[in-house]
Every structure is written in C-alpha cells, then in structure tokens.
Write a protein that binds this ligand. Structure first.
Ligand SMILES: [Fe+2]
Length: 171
C-alpha cells in the first residue's frame, strides 16, 4: 500500500524535530565556547528559539497522531556532527569563527528542510503544517542573517589577536 500524505508529513516532522533537538545541543555548546560575547548571545538566543521550534513541531506531529518516541533521523546525524575534532589545534578566537560557519551552514540546511516540509504539506492539502514550516523557516533565515553579519568581525578579531598585525583592509 502506498504511503498517505500524512505518513510523509509525519516522517518529515520527525526528521525536523530530531534535527532541531540535535542543533539545540550544539548551539548550547557554541554559546559556551570562545570569547566573543556577541556571538555567544546569538547562539544562546537561538538555542531557546530552537527549543520552541521543536515543541511546536511536536505538537503538530501529535495532532496528526504521531509520537516522538521512536525518532531516528539521518538529518539529526548530519546536523549533529561535532565540530570538536575539526577544531583541535585552533585557538579560542578562531573557534568562534568556526562555530559561526557551522551555525550558518546548519541554519541554511534547516531552511531547505522546511522548504521540503512546506511543499509536501501543501501537496497533501495540510495548510496547518505548511504554515508552521514557513513560519519556522522565516526564523531560521533571520538567524542565518544574524550569524552571517558576525563572520567578518570574528575573523578580523582572530587575525588581530593572533598575529598582532594591523588589519590591511576589510571585506
Ligand atoms: Fe531551528
């Protein structure tokens, strides 16, 4: 028997919940790493937002008759890859830049994930899930923009701190 539209939506909601949960853990790690208070504040704020996103997704999944008890998602695995190994040998000032790069990549991957969820929900005539996906996607885009703005300042700061050379020019 083929899947119903609701079967697909429930699966994608499970993927999204697993992804958000793993990202919340990662964001909390970023929020306690490095010496850039502005970046840490953005990470910490989005960790809270991420929690609210997984709660809203869980509520929707339960309304469709699903449950989060058996979630095992490949996306969680993708998003959950720890940057720690890659960061060995890097200074504290550089780690903030690396955390920003990781967070930017994850936010954009999430935008793509919610695009697929919204499209699938609309295809199945589920306006409520589509609206939720688009709403959360807007939050991810906003955070991706905030993170983007911090990348150059963070790289400049690491350069100045680690080389003690004057900056030649900026982007
Ligand atoms: Fe998120």
């Amino acid at each position: 028997m083929p899947d119903t539209g609701t079967d697909l939506i429930k699966r994608y909601l499970e993927d999204a919940i697993a992804a958000e949960k793993s990202f919340e853990t990662q964001l909390n790690g970023f929020a306690n790493d490095g010496d850039d208070n502005e970046a840490k504040a953005v990470f910490s704020k989005h960790a809270g937002e991420t929690r609210s996103q997984s709660e809203r997704l869980t509520a929707r999944l339960e309304a469709l008759g699903g449950s989060t008890s058996t979630i095992k998602s490949f996306l969680a695995h993708v998003f959950g890859l720890s940057p720690k190994t890659a960061q060995l040998g890097h200074e504290e000032q550089e780690r903030t830049t690396q955390n920003l790069i990781m967070a930017f990549a994850i936010e954009n991957a999430e935008c793509a994930m919610y695009e697929a969820l919204a499209t699938t929900a609309l295809a199945a005539g589920d306006e409520i899930t589509a609206r939720l996906a688009t709403e959360i996607q807007g939050e991810e885009k906003k955070t991706a923009d905030e993170i983007w703005q911090l990348i150059s300042p963070s790289a400049r700061y690491a350069f100045a701190h680690l080389t003690e050379l004057p900056l030649q020019r900026s982007v």
